[in-house]
Design a protein around this ligand. Structure first.
Ligand code: ISL
Length: 641
């Protein structure tokens, strides 16, 4: 492992760009500004010294910014090892197709309108039929549900609405019986304010649990938050408890209290808890906002310029904190490694190089991470209302794929419970829905990495036609709506803004059939769908050979059949420009060529030639590619059949 030379205020932009984390930060800025790398690699900009930046930018960058940047970079000096000469080390989680379940909205077995564990068990046949290998179960722990389970009250209990621990044990056994695996959601950046640790910490200043959280006196006369950090869910990141004369840090909702990972007894408790679940036989975890766990000691104010750029103030002090790698290694060494369990980090804001440090085979931190760079078009944020041009998506994905050699393995996803549906973002016109859903599935299941499908994606579910804020449930959406009204926007404007990015688009009930509430519940669902299930549901999709579901099954089956689609190298065709995207996966003699039409008009293209057979086509297989059509060609050398 080599390290980058230290950065000082006298370093130049080009030195920052040569530094792994520096490169990530500059790349992120370039992406936001829609500029190419040449903008910083040119000699004039590249030669600018950091301490000259304030003057050079007419004061837009202040000296504090430079100091923070220098500190941050020096905290992560390691350079990721890139090595393509030795083959990829096989692992079950590299071969698996994962399926994410949002339990509240998946299947309700008892008619209370809320999905539950027995409901999931009843639907396992669907997952088996689809062909997925592993399930990621969003939080099912006891929780007051301020953030739908991401606010945990008891790590060792199941939320009563979801069932019992016996139901969980049965689910795990049923999943394993089918040869699938199950990973849980590990939410340890924060707990609920109703967790006994927090209750104790607040009640008794001398409690050993005080040190588990960030409980601090206020600034000035104590009536102002201890620093200027803002919450991801609106307002300051601090909740005031005047009766206790103390403030508590919460990066998310005011009921999600951040844990202090620098406190060793707290870490030991987390390790015990993780081992408790692993002892039960779960196969690993998805680790919620795990890159936020190490906060810069002293919790200094966030830089206002960075805050404005990133939309949240303070992030530079925790998105890649000083002890992040150290804490992850402890967790791996003491909890994950002894069980050979998979660790998948959710890491908002982490770029390619830091991502490689977090997942490098030689580093013993995480196995995979979710990177978010591709989720929005360059320069866009989630609440922007725009059409995502697939050529932009291609650019980001290609760069990401090229950056990953054989020692790092990417995760691939388009939908999850925190984002509107990707199909709607790309092209909301109903006539293109099926083609776009199939195209995205093709990309996700044939690029290099581990695919994570989100419930409903396999049938092509799209954004909901919500018409009133009363139909939304998400704390983030509701807080945002209230903020917008308070800022003087009309109800109509506020709703339009919230709907562009609301997480509730992906949280409406899973559509199982064309019956009432899509077969999700016999009662009243906790969040209602808009009736789309009448035309888009699992039962009808199963009966239709041309459905999005059938396409997913075919792709998953092909991936299982062709090791080149898992372990094969990837190579992007330079001749494919504009709307035509072509890439090749190769392993030994076996090759797969994927051709995608990223646009809404038919296009001419070159077939891969003799030796290749058309394995799958999402269009009419004619001489031209139809709008959004994807084709997969295979050179059959290694087919196992
Ligand atoms: O809010 C964000 C910044 O816009 C997101 O990047 C956010 O940090 C990310 O989506 C974190 O999500 C995870 O943690 C949250 C929870 O609400 C989400 O459902 C979960 O996936 C807090 O636990």
């Amino acid at each position: 492992m080599s390290t980058a030379p230290p950065i000082t205020a006298r370093s130049r932009i080009r030195d920052v760009y040569a530094h792994p984390l520096g490169r990530d930060i500059i790349d992120k800025l370039l992406l936001q500004l829609g500029r190419s790398r040449r903008w910083v690699t040119n000699p004039i900009v590249g030669g600018v010294r950091l301490d000259r930046l304030p003057r050079w930018t007419g004061g837009r960058v202040d000296p504090g910014f430079v100091a923070t940047l220098v500190d941050l970079l020096n905290q992560h000096p390691d350079v990721p090892v890139d090595d393509d000469t030795t083959p990829v080390t096989p692992a079950w989680w590299k071969e698996a197709v994962f399926y994410q379940i949002y339990p509240r909205s998946f299947s309700d077995s008892d008619g209370d309108g809320i999905g539950d564990l027995p409901g999931i068990i009843e639907r396992l046949d669907h997952l088996e039929h689809l062909g997925v290998d592993a399930i990621w179960l969003c939080p099912v722990y006891d929780s007051p549900n301020d953030d739908n389970g991401y606010d945990i009250r008891d790590y060792r209990a199941i939320l009563a609405e979801y069932g019992t621990m016996a139901d969980f044990d049965r689910l795990l056994a049923e999943v394993h019986r089918r040869g699938m695996r199950l990973i849980m959601d590990l939410v340890v950046n924060h707990t609920s304010d109703e967790h006994p640790w927090f209750v104790e910490a607040l009640r008794d200043p001398h409690s050993p649990y005080r040190a588990y959280y960030f409980l601090r006196p206020g600034a000035g006369d104590g009536s102002r938050p201890p620093n200027n950090w803002t919450s991801f869910f609106s307002g300051p990141a601090w909740r005031h408890y005047p009766e206790h004369d103390v403030w508590a840090l919460h990066l998310f909702s005011s009921k999600q209290m951040d844990l202090d990972w620098d406190h060793a007894p707290m870490r030991a408790d987390v390790v015990d808890m993780v081992r408790w679940w692993l002892d039960k036989g779960v196969d690993g975890f998805r680790l919620d906002v795990i890159n936020y766990i190490s906060k810069r000691p002293g919790l200094p104010d966030g830089d206002p310029t960075i805050g404005e750029l990133m939309q949240f103030t303070g992030v530079e002090h925790y998105f890649a904190g000083p002890r992040l790698h150290e804490h992850l290694r402890q967790l791996r060494r003491e909890a994950f490694a002894p069980y050979d369990a998979v660790a998948i980090g959710e890491t908002p804001g982490v770029g390619i190089e830091l991502g490689k440090l977090l997942t490098g085979e030689d580093r013993d931190e995480l196995d995979l991470i979710f990177s978010f760079d591709h989720l929005e078009a360059p320069g866009r944020v989630r609440y922007d209302d725009y059409r995502y041009d697939l050529r932009d998506l291609r650019r980001v994905l290609e760069r990401h794929q090229r950056a990953h050699g054989n020692r790092h393995w990417p995760a691939l996803f388009f939908d999850n419970h925190d984002n509107p549906r990707m199909v709607s973002k790309v092209d909301p016109r109903p006539e293109h829905r099926v083609a776009v859903a199939k195209l995205l599935a093709t990309i996700q299941l044939t690029l290099r990495g581990t695919p994570f499908l989100y419930q409903g994606q396999e049938i092509g579910m799209v954004n909901q036609d919500f018409t009133s804020i009363d139909q939304l449930r998400d704390v983030e959406s509701r807080n945002r709506y209230a903020d917008l009204l308070a800022a003087g926007r009309s109800e109509q404007e506020a709703l339009a803004d919230v709907l562009a990015g609301s997480r509730d688009h992906a949280r409406t009930p899973m559509a199982w059939d064309a019956g009432p509430h899509g077969g999700f519940t016999t009662g009243v669902p906790w969040i209602a769908g808009d009736g789309d299930h009448q035309g888009c549901n699992v039962a009808d999709s199963r009966a239709d050979a041309g459905s999005v579901l059938a396409w997913h099954r075919a792709l998953i089956a092909l991936r299982r059949d062709l090791p080149a689609l898992v372990y094969g190298a990837i190579d992007f065709d330079r001749s494919g420009r504009g709307h035509l995207w072509r890439y090749r996966r190769a392993l030994g003699e076996s090759e797969v060529v994927v051709v995608c039409n990223l646009g809404d008009r038919p296009r001419r293209f070159r077939t891969p030639g003799a030796g290749y057979a058309l394995a799958l086509s999402s269009g009419d297989s004619g001489s031209r590619l139809a709008a959004y059509e994807a084709r997969v060609y295979v050179r059959r050398a290694d087919r196992r059949d």
